[in-house]
Design a protein around this ligand. Structure first.
Ligand code: AMP
Ligand code: MG
Length: 326
């Protein structure tokens, strides 16, 4: 698969459109409407809208492909939810004029929850809590063939594009193609440049990223590991798979995700890691679970064979795995 493949063009277009939709919703809600937090519906609006637009585009171009995605329209179709469905439809109409609510529901339902030989994995909004807080979130889309990720795209609409100007222009896209490298683009999908992981060889110089949400990873264990490895640089906490993007562009060295003690048996969803993992790997990084096992994208929507996640610049991977076992 090269950069001009129809799959790549479709993925980029879908990610750009969904980002624009999510940002529009986020801006409209920026006035601090309390409705936001009470019933989470604004998030639902963005989730549903993003999934509808992306699934519609993929199905038009690749009618035989399966899309494994987080949402379905069951909840939206309930009579009590008609206001929410109306809002989703209104937002979609700004991008796809004359769309009906029925069509929107049917596009959302292109998503299924069974994996096959070739399928797309979609998280229409990864990092929902970041989206609500006005922090980081990502639209994550990957193409998986025979259990291997072939293409991954992450749209990070609220992430600074230039690591030297964290308060500068926001919004970027990360793209990776198996065997062809990782790239960062601006939010319009242009100015594409290759990205590479950091070359740090001494663990003490590493910078760690982890989830903002304490329930999503074991922050205490991460701190213990940092002490073991003499890592003293401050952690960079970030929501969503944007963490994979900042590791791929060399901004941080390690992404730790030891399962939280609140939910030690938690199994990760494939759409939370498929796109991010290929972006880190194709930039020169390594991605395994915390036991050193490869990520399992072939068993189902849950990564049943894995426990936690470890992403590194490759060079430090074994050292960290060893320290995790001690
Ligand atoms: P992050 O923003 O990296 O913390 O990850 C967000 C993702 O964490 C969401 O998409 C959820 O699917 C996922 N998640 C939810 N609960 C847990 C949990 N207990 N452990 C790990 N991940 C979780
Ligand atoms: Mg997610």
């Amino acid at each position: 698969m090269d950069q001009n493949s129809p799959e790549v063009m479709t993925a980029i277009q879908a990610a750009i459109k969904a980002s624009a939709l999510c940002e529009k919703i986020r801006m409209d809600l920026a006035g601090g409407e309390s409705l936001l937090k009470s019933d989470r519906s604004p998030v639902t609006i963005a989730d549903y809208g993003s999934q509808a637009m992306i699934c519609k585009l993929i199905k038009e171009r690749f009618p035989n492909d399966t899309i494994v995605a987080e949402e379905d329209s069951k909840e939206l179709r309930r009579p009590g939810r008609s206001k929410i469905l109306e809002r989703v439809t209104d937002y979609i109409n700004a991008f796809i004029p004359d769309s009906s609510s029925e069509e929107v529901c049917s596009w959302i339902d292109f998503g299924s929850n069974s994996v096959s030989g070739r399928f797309w994995a979609l998280d229409p909004i990864d990092g929902t809590k970041g989206f609500l807080r006005g922090d980081q979130y990502a639209i994550a889309l990957a193409l998986i063939e025979k259990g291997r990720v072939k293409l991954g795209i992450l749209a990070c609409p609220n992430l600074y594009a230039d690591i030297h100007h964290p308060f500068g222009e926001k919004g970027c896209l990360f793209l990776a193609l198996k065997g062809n490298g990782s790239f960062q683009m601006d939010r319009w999908g242009v100015n594409k440049g290759p990205i590479f992981v950091s070359k740090v060889t001494n663990p003490s110089e590493a910078v760690i990223t982890e989830s903002v949400e304490p329930d999503h990873a074991d922050h205490l264990t991460h701190q213990r590991l940092a002490r073991k490895l003499n890592i003293s640089k401050p952690f960079l906490r970030m929501d969503s798979q944007a963490k994979y993007g900042i590791l791929a562009r060399g901004e941080v060295t390690l992404y730790l995700r030891v399962p939280s003690s609140a939910e030690p048996g938690y199994k990760e969803n494939i759409w939370d890691h498929a796109a991010g993992s290929i972006i880190a790997e194709e930039a020169g990084g390594r991605v395994t679970d915390v036991m050193g096992r490869p990520l399992d994208f072939s068993s189902g929507i849950k990564m049943e064979k894995n426990h936690g996640i470890l992403v590194s610049n490759g060079i430090l991977h074994e050292v960290v795995l060893k320290a995790l076992k001690m």
